[in-house]
Design a protein around this ligand. Structure first.
Ligand code: EPZ
Length: 416
């Protein structure tokens, strides 16, 4: 297992380029299943999950030629409509092949993803939506078997806002016969990025980014080239790290319009933020002020930034409430933060964080992707050395994080 060793106490200073968004790249890569023509994706982040998704598509017969930061897909020789358990269990986003496979081939066998550290993560809404579109679905031996002569447009209402549920059904609807409306749909920017790519492929989609998405199915989709949007969570993570260490950084190739609630919270914590084109500059002098956060679907505060703000609140002035409303078990980072000296009480889905004037370095363990980012931030501010174990979680969602942080002056190294 690889580890990260961090000597804390140095303010982050300098510039960092933001990578393409993992949570846009993963669904958009699955869109390659919807056409026999060439789909070229640029600004892809070099992440473990992107590599896993590429392998999953290749074992189905998709040709996927990779160059730096881009992959060209060609799905004209797909002969295997299965996503096996051993690939799905390591990356839940593999469920996103289900909709495209049923829509284009009328047949799919996708392993149920199983749970993960942050929650049970069911996919019942994905299945219910496909059934509404006429798919016959059987769950046998841990696999979802879906069949359909041709999917039909339907009105689908999501009981719970689901990002990949919205994305899976938007892709399925793109080739269905008739009109599909997705109501109570997810409004995340990554849903809009997928819709932009599908429209470039000839799909007829409107309302993406609102809670009602309308898709008019077409018979075929053609190839396209699509530039993946910047990663708003990577952006937010670096900004919180700069705020926590009292630094001054500039993010390049990012977007501020998809991070509004995060920027507001950082301003409330005392950071000075300037936005210009595709750059965001953050300056933090002195100790941050504690800020309350409550996660909810976009455009509210993102659950994927909850752990990072918990780290900021650990060393902030005052106390703050952190409320997690999306996942049932997304406080795994709390007990690790306590090892560094944080004062946190947890009651159900609410954590109360009492700011302390410093954390002390210790050995901690990453439990999931964003929890590991939180521990990196805590390590950057703690006195002495922090060693973070199981950092494979981190590599799933942050491209070259230690080199980017080193460029910003952090004293961080990867250990075998
Ligand atoms: C996406 O996961 C993201 N992953 C997650 O990012 C993110 O935390 C999450 O959306 C919420 O924003 C990708 O986009 C690849 P959901 P997803 O379906 O789609 C319940 C990261 O760190 N639900 O929006 O799996 C579910 O249990 C990852 O990058 C059902 O009950 O999340 C949860 O409580 C972590 N039934 C809530 O809805 C379903 O069929 C929201 O889940 C689907 C979801």
């Amino acid at each position: 297992m690889q580890k990260l060793a961090i000597q804390g106490g140095k303010p982050l200073r300098g510039e960092v380029r933001i990578s393409g968004a993992k949570n846009a790249a993963l669904p958009i890569m699955c869109a390659s299943l919807l056409t026999a023509e060439t789909l070229r994706l640029t600004n892809l982040p070099e992440l473990h999950d992107v590599g896993t998704m590429r392998k999953l598509l290749q074992q189905m017969g998709v040709v996927a030629e990779a160059a730096t930061g881009e992959i060209t897909f060609k799905g004209d020789k797909i002969d295997n409509w299965e996503a096996p358990y051993d690939m799905v269990k390591t990356m839940r986003a593999a469920i996103l092949v289900l909709g495209p496979l049923v829509a284009r081939f009328g047949d799919a066998k996708v392993s149920l993803p199983g749970g993960c550290a942050i929650g049970s993560r069911p996919v019942d809404l994905h299945i219910k939506g496909l059934q509404a579109m006429g798919a016959e679905i059987a769950i046998e031996h841990g696999y979802i078997h879906a069949k359909a002569k041709r999917l039909k447009g339907a009105r689908i209402f999501f009981d719970i806002v689901s990002v990949t549920g919205t994305e899976n059904l938007m892709m399925a609807a793109a080739l269905a016969d008739g009109v599909t409306t997705l109501e109570n749909a997810a409004r995340e920017p990554e849903v809009v990025d997928l819709a932009n790519c599908l429209r470039a492929m000839g799909a007829k989609i409107s309302g993406d980014g609102t809670d009602t998405v309308t898709v008019t199915g077409v018979d075929k989709l053609h190839g396209a080239t699509h530039h993946i949007m910047p990663d708003r969570i990577e952006s937010g993570t670096f900004l919180v790290a700069a705020a926590a260490t009292g630094g001054s950084i500039t993010l390049r190739e990012t977007r501020a319009d998809i991070l509004e609630t995060v920027l507001e919270k950082l301003t409330e914590a005392g950071a000075k933020i300037k936005v210009a084109g595709d750059t965001i500059h953050l300056e933090m002098s002195g100790r941050p002020k504690a800020v309350n956060v409550r996660t909810a679907p976009h455009p509210a505060f993102p659950t994927d930034m909850q752990a990072q703000f918990m780290a900021l609140n650990c060393i902030a002035e005052g106390s703050a409430m952190v409320v997690e409303t999306i996942f049932e078990n997304r406080f795994m980072h709390v007990q690790e933060l306590r090892r560094l000296g944080a004062m946190i009480d947890v009651e159900g889905n609410t954590s109360v964080v009492k700011g302390v004037d410093h954390l002390e370095g210790a050995t901690v363990m990453a439990t999931d992707l964003r929890a590991s980012a939180c521990l990196v931030i805590a390590g950057l501010v703690a006195q002495g050395e922090t060693v973070i174990d199981r950092i494979y979680h981190l590599d799933r969602g942050y491209e070259h994080i230690e080199s980017k942080l080193s460029q910003l002056g952090a004293n961080i190294r990867r250990m075998k």
